[in-house]
Design a protein around this ligand. Structure first.
Ligand SMILES: NC(=O)c1ccc[n+]([C@@H]2O[C@H](COP(=O)([O-])OP(=O)(O)OC[C@H]3O[C@@H](n4cnc5c(N)ncnc54)[C@H](O)[C@@H]3O)[C@@H](O)[C@H]2O)c1
Ligand SMILES: [Zn+2]
Length: 361
């Protein structure tokens, strides 16, 4: 499936296809970019998929330098970005050259940041290999490194020229990593499209079993929904806030637990559960709407309850949210499956009650 992201001069295609990594070279050639490229990846992903990507690129006439990053979040520092700039310089990259990110969201964010800043911007290609990166991080153009005090604090908008989602790469994902990405899939269904949510619900067993046709259809559907939001709000002014569903409380839980116990997707699943409870408490949604969300998350192996957490820690983390305006964070809530509404000025007591509603077990 080819999904187009229409953004005027910055338009690009998201290719969703099993085995698509083998076509990187010819697809990049077709964009008419310069012949030098740098492939940013981590050692584990390089071991799994590096050879086929390099082969495809060299076959299409590209000179490729490989830049190995530390695995996971450790890649997202200014020191690693500086290594990346040095590697681009050593490989003779210029503004017509291309930086490619082969890996999860961390590789994508770091490589995208290097691509945005090196010579004020090179061509950038995303080759996402985690579910999260495929359905969320690889499209939209947000790039970042972390600040010691806050994740993703330093960054730039820099749209890719091309996104290639090879769904076969999800076969090698550890179970926990795979499930975590599905939290974003559920999020897209809840706030953007009831029919998509229905499909994910009806396919949940096949999705857990990683049935190829189901994985391909669900990932493509989620990419399409993300693309439609990015098209309508490239710079995250209003509509794109919808993608924050489950993240206002989810991010705060992640921060309050020190980014260690939970994966991002697990924190988002808990955030969705809490925000679904919040919507019920505020009289915006029915109990049945809340239950349907929790039931699907649970079926996909995601947590919907957690050991009691100090609400003060969560409220504190929420106050530092990048989305806050004058210290108040707007909440995206789902009045029913497939619809969203933005609520400003949610009281601390209501957040405490939502946290209480997901504590237990
Ligand atoms: N830019 C955005 O819009 C955006 C959106 C959401 C998240 N993010 C960022 O994404 C990051 C999280 O991304 P993530 O969840 O992909 O985790 P990740 O990038 O940290 O990768 C997790 C682990 O999975 C391994 N891995 C990746 N693909 C694999 C595969 N196919 N087989 C086996 N192992 C594989 C990696 O080596 C790594 O150790 C965070 O830094 C977050 O801030 C960015
Ligand atoms: Zn997320």
């Amino acid at each position: 499936v080819n999904i187009s992201v229409t953004l005027g001069a910055r338009s690009y295609t998201i290719v969703v296809e099993r085995g698509a990594l083998g076509s990187v070279g010819t697809r990049l050639r077709a964009l008419g970019v310069g012949s030098r490229a740098a492939l940013f990846t981590d050692p584990e992903i390089f071991r799994l998929y590096g050879a086929s990507v390099i082969e495809s690129l060299t076959h299409a006439g590209f000179a490729v330098a490989t830049v190995e990053l530390p695995g996971g979040e450790a890649a997202k520092t200014l020191a690693v970005a500086a290594d990346g700039w040095n590697a681009c310089l050593a490989a003779g990259l210029d503004r017509s050259s291309t930086v490619l990110a082969l890996g999860g969201g961390a590789v994508g964010d770091l490589a995208g940041f290097v691509s945005a800043t090196y010579m004020r911007g090179t061509n950038f290609v995303q080759l996402p290999t985690t579910v999260l990166a495929q359905v969320d991080a690889s499209s939209g153009g947000k790039t970042a490194v972390d600040h010691p005090k806050a994740k993703n604090l330093i960054g730039a908008f820099h749209q890719p020229r091309l996104v290639i989602v090879d769904t076969a790469t999800t076969d090698t994902l550890p179970a926990r990593e795979y499930r975590s990405g599905l939290a974003e899939v559920v999020k897209h269904g809840i706030v953007l499209e009831a029919a998509y949510f229905d499909d994910v619900e009806a396919s949940s067993d096949a999705l857990v079993a990683r049935d190829a046709a189901t994985v391909d259809r669900v990932i493509a559907g989620s990419c399409r929904l993300k693309a439609s939001v990015v098209e309508r709000d490239e710079r995250e002014s209003e509509l794109r806030m919808v993608l924050n569903y489950g993240h206002t409380i989810g991010h705060a839980i992640e921060a309050a637990t020190g980014f260690r116990q939970l994966t991002h997707g697990e924190a988002v699943a808990l955030g969705i559960s809490a925000e679904a409870a919040l919507a019920v408490r505020l009289g915006l949604a029915s109990a049945a709407t809340r239950e349907r969300q929790e039931r699907l998350l649970a079926r996909l192996g995601l947590p919907t309850r957690m050991a009691a957490i100090d609400p003060a820690l969560v409220l504190d983390a929420m106050a530092r949210d990048k989305k806050s305006r004058d210290g108040r964070v707007p909440f995206v809530l789902a009045p029913e499956i497939g619809r969203f509404t933005v609520v400003d000025g949610v009281a601390a007591d209501d957040v405490r009650a939502a946290l209480a509603a997901i504590s237990g077990r």
